[in-house]
Design a protein around this ligand. Structure first.
Ligand code: FES
Length: 319
């Protein structure tokens, strides 16, 4: 059996095309031999197309975590004036074989890719690098995306949606997430630390899944873990009085419990104090298909792609 591991290095010089260099490729055989390979290939330039879509470029091999995958994309520069977390692209996914084209009709729907972090490029032409979140699932579109090589172009719509909004004077930020969704809040950490605030991340999940997240976080973040429901409830109760603001990335069925704990611990809950990334089927992203409609607290309905996907927790959870 032969396994290969490729190691890349990036080159970005202002005014020059971007290059990725395959430094070496290890090929493991029974003798564990290494074969250095010398190869320099220019990356395609990310562009905004006349039809309103973007052509993005896979910038690095997909990074697999225990409960999700992070994908690094070069997109045209200056797209996000608002925040990154809670905003999403709709990606067109391809198919690899003729047989899949006949069997996988579902693959032709665009898939939402939520922003994890954004790094501005050295020049506008070089584009920005967005790390986006790919959920672990059997979905054929996501499976196709994470298999694409560095340099592959991906057609995107976006960024779309209303993301998380940190209130200007807040300094104590509490993040509540499970291990699969925690990366969806990572850019908020950078924003709060930049203003010299404090961040506590409480993660629900197995110890192994939580351990894979820790190396991705700044040292200043206090990371707490809850491996049981009792630990989760107890720690939320302890942390809510400390927080100036709370951001949540959790499945919908976990929200009523958290909302009830917040109401117990706060004398009053202002609008925007607890913001949640609402999960819905994001298909068109522009309010046309109604696939993303969710019920709100007053009994009405709203389109998540237009009025979210980040919404006030108390507005989406019944009392
Ligand atoms: S995704 Fe189509 S209406 Fe919201």
């Amino acid at each position: 059996m032969v396994n290969r591991e490729a190691v890349f290095r990036w080159h970005q010089v202002p005014g020059q095309p971007i290059y990725y260099q395959l430094l070496y490729q290890k090929q493991y055989t029974s003798a564990m031999s290494d074969f250095p390979v010398s190869l320099t290939t220019p990356l395609p330039i990310p562009i905004s197309n006349a039809d309103g879509t973007r052509t993005a470029v896979i910038a690095a091999p997909a990074r697999r975590l225990t409960a999700s995958t992070l994908l690094s994309l070069r997109v045209p520069g200056g797209l996000a004036t608002a925040g990154v977390n809670g905003r999403y692209f709709l990606a067109r996914c391809g198919v690899q074989t003729e047989a899949e084209r006949w069997q996988q009709w579902q693959i032709y729907l665009r898939r939402p890719l939520f922003g994890v972090r954004r790094q501005a490029g050295l020049t506008k032409e070089a584009g920005d690098t967005w790390e986006v979140h790919v959920p672990l699932s059997a979905d054929p579109g996501y499976a196709w995306l994470v298999q694409q090589p560095v340099g592959q172009t991906i057609n995107l719509l976006g960024p779309l949606g209303q993301g998380f909004a940190l209130q200007p004077h807040n300094r104590n930020l509490l993040l509540l997430a499970d291990a699969a969704r925690a990366p969806l809040l990572f850019a908020l950490i950078d924003s709060m630390l930049d203003r010299r605030g404090r961040v506590t991340l409480l993660v629900r999940g197995s110890a192994d899944a939580i351990a894979t997240l820790t190396p991705l976080l700044p040292l200043q973040v206090e990371v707490r873990q809850a491996t049981t429901a009792a630990m989760w409830t107890e720690q939320i109760g302890e942390l809510v009085p400390w927080a100036d603001q709370i951001a949540l990335a959790l499945p919908h069925d976990a929200l009523p419990t958290v909302a009830a704990l917040i109401r117990q611990r706060r004398f009053r809950v202002d609008a925007g104090f607890a913001q949640v990334l609402v999960e819905a089927d994001l298909v068109c992203g522009v309010g046309a298909c109604l696939a993303c409609v969710v019920q709100v607290r007053d009994g009405g309905h709203t389109r998540t792609c237009i009025h979210g996907p980040v919404m006030d927790l108390m507005a989406v959870v019944s009392a």
